[in-house]
Design a protein around this ligand. Structure first.
Ligand SMILES: NC(=O)c1ccc[n+]([C@@H]2O[C@H](COP(=O)([O-])OP(=O)(O)OC[C@H]3O[C@@H](n4cnc5c(N)ncnc54)[C@H](O)[C@@H]3O)[C@@H](O)[C@H]2O)c1
Length: 357
């Protein structure tokens, strides 16, 4: 199919919030990929999403979608607990995978997935779409190419108490179903765990994307008036150090960004609520020319850019720009280490942790 049309043929698993808000639209906007099939066990939801997005095929059964030779790759947008089992099925069916973050919920299951991806010739990318924020991508490039050695990095991800009000105003109006398949026991009820997986996965990935591998964490956690805060001191493999702040939710507007101090320059960034599709305001200072620089990042449809990059890797073998399966495992290790550090009060080495958050 892809050879005939030149575009990667996508099957999306899940017609819930993230597919409606991000992935289905990304398929429609991408230059090198298109929506071929959708899948959801909730038939009413499937019908409504089908009417809007007009895929060639609509499946209630995931195995049936995977058996369709017209599907080149699946985009998995379902609850975290289902990510690894459904990604494994796709790999075993010979399909490339773009799976939402976090990669999974335990280190072991992520490592099993990694082994099977490695044994296949398939591409698996994790949906850390902030890597496709043009501001963050520019910062990454500056750090790689010009900044020299990293001294220290601070990054913060502080969800806003007004998040849902702002987000719901700009997202498409969502369609939902009573028949939607959700993990048993509603894992979202354990807020501390849920916030770490859903928001911490962004913060840790940004810290790793910009600063490289993290080797240890020492974390503190406090809950007051329904707000949750983690302050985390990190050590990088390079010897650099860092400080991460995860807050859910700050009593103000969305507050996310980072500061990076290097040998030949520095970076500061303010990141916006992702649903505004606005590139981070990034300023780099380069000691080489003594100038500050600020990229515009005019196209900040992170989800479209993520999908196009994924498709380029599959269609043309271009190096993966997104998070790979190893990044997904290392993020799981970092989040798990943060949880263990909060429990024990000790500094925790990422290499020593097992289990999950
Ligand atoms: N990248 C981001 O910034 C971002 C933002 C929001 C959510 N997410 C991620 O998206 C995921 C949650 O997505 P959501 O909120 O759309 O979930 P959801 O629960 O609202 O929707 C998932 C849909 O998938 C269907 N489904 C689940 N398993 C299925 C199966 N085996 N076969 C067929 N259908 C199946 C369900 O019926 C449901 O309709 C999480 O992993 C979350 O971290 C990422």
């Amino acid at each position: 199919m892809k050879q005939e049309q030149g575009k990667l043929q996508i099957g999306t698993l899940g017609c819930g919030t993230i597919s409606q808000a991000a992935h289905l639209e990304a398929c429609a906007r991408a230059g090198n990929a298109e929506l071929y099939a959708i899948c959801d066990v909730a038939e009413d939801l499937l019908d409504r999403v089908k009417a809007v997005h007009q895929p060639k095929k609509a499946y209630i059964n995931y195995d049936d979608m995977l058996a369709d030779p017209g599907v080149d790759a699946v985009v998995i947008g379902i609850a975290d607990q289902f990510h690894v089992p459904m990604a494994l099925k796709a790999i075993r069916a010979g399909k490339h995978v773009l799976v939402e973050k976090p990669l999974g919920v335990t280190i072991q299951e992520c490592e099993q997935l990694e082994a099977e991806v490695r044994a296949s010739e398939l591409v698996l990318q994790v949906g850390n779409m902030k890597r496709f924020d043009p501001g963050i991508a520019y910062a990454h490039q500056f750090i790689q190419e010009e900044m020299g050695e990293l001294l220290a990095l601070k990054a913060w991800y502080c969800d806003s108490t007004y998040r849902y009000q702002v987000t719901e105003n700009v997202m498409p109006v969502m369609v939902s179903s009573e028949a939607a398949l959700r993990p048993e026991g509603n894992p979202k009820l354990d807020r501390q765990r849920y916030y770490m997986l859903t928001h911490g996965s962004h913060l840790v990935d940004t810290a790793r994307f910009l600063g490289g591998d993290i080797v240890s964490v020492h974390a503190w956690h406090v809950q007051k008036f329904g707000a949750y805060n983690w302050m985390i001191t990190i050590e990088y493999a390079s010897g650099a150090i860092g400080q991460l702040d995860l807050t859910v939710a700050v009593r103000m507007d969305w507050h996310e960004g980072f500061q990076v101090y290097g040998e030949q320059g520095s970076v500061t960034a303010k990141t916006y609520n992702p649903w505004l599709f606005k590139a981070s305001d990034v300023e780099v200072f380069s000691a080489r020319d003594g100038l500050y620089r600020r990229p515009l990042g005019e196209d900040a449809h992170f989800f479209k850019l993520q999908l196009e990059s994924f498709a380029n890797t599959i269609l043309h073998g271009t190096p993966m720009k997104g998070a790979n399966v190893q990044d997904g495992i290392q993020a799981m290790r970092a989040m798990t280490a943060i949880a263990r550090s909060v429990e024990t009060g000790e500094k925790i080495w990422l290499a020593d942790v097992s289990g999950g958050v």
